[in-house]
Design a protein around this ligand. Sequence first.
Ligand SMILES: [Zn+2]
Length: 510
Amino acid sequence: MAQAFLATHGIDLDAELAQMQSPDANPQFAPNPQALATQSSAPPPHPPPSTSLSILIRNVSLPSQPGTHDVTLNPNTGKITHIGAHDSDIAMLVFANQKYGNGALLAPSLCHPHIHIDKAYLLSHPLHSKHQIKEGTFAEALHVTNLAKAAFTSEDLLERGQWVIDESVAAGVTHMRAFVEVDAIVGLKCLEAGLELKTQAEGQGRMRVQICAFAQLPLFSDSKTNAWSEEAEFHDPEAEKIRALMREAAANPEVEVLGSTPYVEADDEKARRNVEWMVDLSVELDKHLDFHLDYNLDPSQEPLIHHVVATLHAAHWTEKMTDKTIVIGHATRLTLFSTQEWIDLKKAIGDLPLHFVGLPTSDLYMLRTAECTRGTLDVISMIREHGLNACLGVNNVGNAFTPQGSCDPLSLASQGVGIYSAGTVEDAEVLYACVSTRAKAAIGFGGEAEKGRKEAEMREGGIRVGDAADVLLFGSEKQGWRTRKSVAEAVYLYDCYRGRRGFLGGKATS
Ligand SMILES: [Zn+2]
């Protein structure tokens, strides 16, 4: 009977008993013998499979659902196995590892779809802090960052990258696309550090880290590396070194994404070659693709997005790449599009799994000018009015490109209320999805359960049985009315990630 009852709460009694009797079992969650004697006629447990105790999160608020609920996460399947109305008297649920929400919001976990882990916190690290911002221009940011790159060490890359991971885990981020640069200056140093951070974070169950081998410098033009260094080894006038290094990085099976920056090429023809070379390499090696594209606010400059879309169709991306996505970052030039240009772009994209990521904190710092009050992609209208896939990313933090901010994606959603004048409850839910479910879908973590779902359901951040158990429990306050109980409250009232707890695949990440 107990077995059947627990099964209705998503808990497999045999598996739980086996786990509790295994040497690894946590004695804190041992069974209640009295409950066993009176409520269970279960047969002796099977030999212990490789299991962990289910986690029952009690008394939580869920997005767009009235009342409070109990939610069971199964760390063995990595799925949410039960959601039911909160029941304060379930004595039998001593079998599960219980957490108490005190009415706080339980929502899908957060995601970084675009963060430069190798350039974070350069302004603070002692090795690089001599390069502070004096002018606040893009040219200066490029210059001082390249000076820092020439001095990168494995140790400082690991230290700064670890800060990104630690702060992100504390914020409830469970998935991250981490950009690491590959070129003649840094060689594969950033990539190696990124892979080490990924191995550690994933091994500890703290976060799923997707590494993007990224060519910030040109693939077909002289990167003029001697402008900041006299070291001959850094020179790459024909860009042969960077292409060879990108090929080497791409061949590594741990590298899941390839990225480049066509706008840094010397002319349009080379920018188009950059796009074509990257699409070919991604298709050849079955990788996700990520472009820094159209990073300008010049109406006379032809947007390269059209060439990207045409090249992807010509390469038969949709037919050949069953689960790989394309993400376009920055793309500030698109903010000058007319309604008709958006409609034409949506039509041209067709069934390509192409997503846009808005990077408002970087864009507004770098690109805000007197002529253009909105130098960043309006992700809300892209989603609502044009039916495009869009999300939000931190991009940079603590460096000359973006000195301000934190590694908490929810702070972006919160700032988005003002940036996009998006204050309704529905707006707040879209903004949350932009740093959560939409961001995960953009970088290819949509999940099996989500594939069969209606688009609207999938993207707006609900919690359902069968979903991946990647969730975020918000903190509770002593005065209950101050606790964030809805997605809108979580977005409006930024909580500085106090008391948040992330779960990845049904296991706590901290
Ligand atoms: Zn970027």
